[in-house]
Structures are given as C-alpha cells and as structure tokens.
Design a protein around this ligand. Structure first.
Ligand code: NAD
Length: 268
C-alpha cells in the first residue's frame, strides 16, 4: 500500500466557510497526510468557525483575505512568507456572483454584476497564482474548483457559468506560464454538492436531484470524492504529470450525450 507523507509540506487553502465547504473537503486529506495548512477566509464573521474546525490541526494558521482587495492578498502572502517560508500547494475554492444573476435571465446581466463575478470567481486565481509562485521555488501545485456550466448551458448558472469558463481558460494559461518552474495548475469540475454557495443558487435542489438521477453512476458525488481527486492532483507522486487540465468528479454526468433511464440495464 502506498504511504503518503506530506510532513514539512505547506498548503494554502482558500474558501472554507464551514465543514460542508469543498475547500474543507480538499484540506482534510492534506492535513491527514501531515501537511501544514494556512487557511484564508473572506471576513471576520467566518473566523470563529474556522478556529473550531482547525483546533486539532497542528500548525494551522488563519488569515483574513477578501480576494477582491490586492492589499489583503499582499498581506496574506506576506504572512505566508513570514510564517511558512515556502508553499507547496494552493487550493482555490471560492466564487461569487450576485444572487440576481442566478434568478434573472442571463441576457439581463448588468455590467457591475459581470465585473464582480469575474473578479472573485476568475481573476482571483490569477492574482493568487502570481503571488504564490514566488513561494514555490521548488515547484508546487494549485487546484481550483469549476463546474460544467462553464462549457454547457445549465439553467440558472448564467454569469457564474461565464466566470467559470474564464477560470478554466485561466488555468491553461497559468499552467503554461508556471510549467517551466515546475508549478502545476489544474481545475476540478465537480458535480453538485450541498454547500452554502450551492444552496444560494435558484433551482439548486432540482439540479442536484437531476444530476444524481441522470449520471452514469446514478448518484450524486460526495465532498470527500472531491477531496480525494484534489489530493491526487496536488501531490506530485500521484498527479505529477497533470497540468492545465479540467478533471471531472461528477459521476460521469459530463460525458453523457443522451440519457435513457433504461439503457445499461437488462431491459435496455
Ligand atoms: P462555500 O460557500 O462553502 O464556499 C465558497 C467560498 O467562497 C466561501 O468560503 C466564501 O467566503 C468564498 N468567497 C466568496 N467571495 C469571496 C471573496 N470576495 N474573497 C474571498 N472569499 C470569497 O461553497 P462551495 O460550494 O464549497 O464553493 C467552493 C468552490 O466550489 C466554488 O468555486 C464553487 O463555484 C465550486 N463548485 C461548487 C459546486 C457545488 O455544487 N457545491 C460544484 C462545482 C464547483
């Protein structure tokens, strides 16, 4: 059996709101294998939850950082350089689009809502990568979270789908720029998981049950499955040859051209 020892490895995990956050699911296997984790969170109201969640993680540090603010990003990476010296892994698991963009038709998207969704959900990865690379002189790896709505129309996703398309393209350009330095950048395209951000999307309940019903595995995925894929992409011993990629953990949903409920069974 392959033993993974990440003792001495340093990770930045961005986007934990609570124990249901995909960022938390991605942090779990890293912490279990011995990595030391710095967590960044959007605002002060999230800190108490993070303090509780991380109390058993040796060396975990907490840093406020709203990714729309360059000064806060600079402060975060200043802290990381001071506290940790180097960085091996970055988990970017955050996104935002104003609620109106999920509720109204895409054609009505306003300029300010477009800018804010793009800024938080796509540009922030570029801003983070540019700062993180300076702490990854010995190579490293970054993962971000995306969704099928980047490539296909998913009702209600609207502006967030467009922002995820920009995010996935950014992953490829970042992977190209950082490849010579031995830094890999990949996106995980996850099927629906019940998190705070997901529940705020109009129609999420229907999307969730349809995705489970119509996937190849005939079920929804779990946050733990996202964490497992994240670990395999982040750790060079497992995912060392993979970069610039969008990898799906969606029970096969993305690859289906037409779903027939009976197909694959004896009656098919
Ligand atoms: P979540 O609500 O737990 O996490 C979203 C995080 O984004 C929160 O921690 C929030 O504080 C952070 N955030 C928003 N604006 C920010 C800002 N300006 N600065 C810093 N942080 C900010 O929900 P989640 O579902 O775990 O979302 C994590 C990622 O996974 C997102 O990119 C989301 O689009 C993606 N994703 C989620 C699903 C799903 O079904 N849950 C599926 C595919 C992809």
């Amino acid at each position: 059996m392959y033993q993974l020892d990440l003792t001495g490895k340093r990770a930045l995990v961005m986007g934990v709101t609570n124990q249901r956050s995909l960022a938390w699911a991605l942090a779990q296997p890293l912490a279990a294998a011995g990595a030391t984790i710095a967590y960044s969170y959007q605002g002060d109201r999230l800190r108490p939850t993070l303090e509780k969640l991380t109390e058993d993680q040796p060396g975990a540090t907490l840093h406020a950082c709203d990714v729309t603010d360059d000064a806060q990003l600079d402060a975060l990476f200043g802290d990381l350089e001071r506290d940790h010296g180097h960085l091996d892994f970055v988990v970017h698991a955050l996104a935002y689009a104003p609620p109106a963009t999920f509720a109204a038709p895409f054609v009505e998207t306003g300029r300010d809502d477009w800018k804010l969704a793009m800024d938080v959900s796509a540009y922030s990865l570029v801003a983070v990568a540019n700062r993180a690379r300076r702490l990854m002189q010995g190579g490293g790896s970054m993962v971000t979270l995306t969704y099928l709505a980047a490539e296909r129309v998913v009702p209600h996703y609207n502006m967030m789908g467009v922002a995820k398309a920009a995010l996935e393209a950014s992953v490829r350009y970042l992977a190209y720029d950082l490849g010579p330095q031995g830094v890999r950048v990949n996106a995980i395209s996850a099927g629906p998981v019940r998190t705070i951000a997901a529940r705020s999307i109009a129609g999420f309940g229907d999307m969730y049950s349809e995705a489970g019903r119509q996937s190849m595995l005939r079920r929804n995925i779990t946050a733990e499955e996202v964490g497992g894929l994240g670990l395999s992409l982040l750790v060079p011993e497992l995912g060392g040859g993979v970069t610039g990629e969008t990898v799906y953990v969606d029970a096969g949903f993305h690859a289906i051209g037409m779903f027939l409920p009976q197909a694959g069974s004896d009656e098919g």
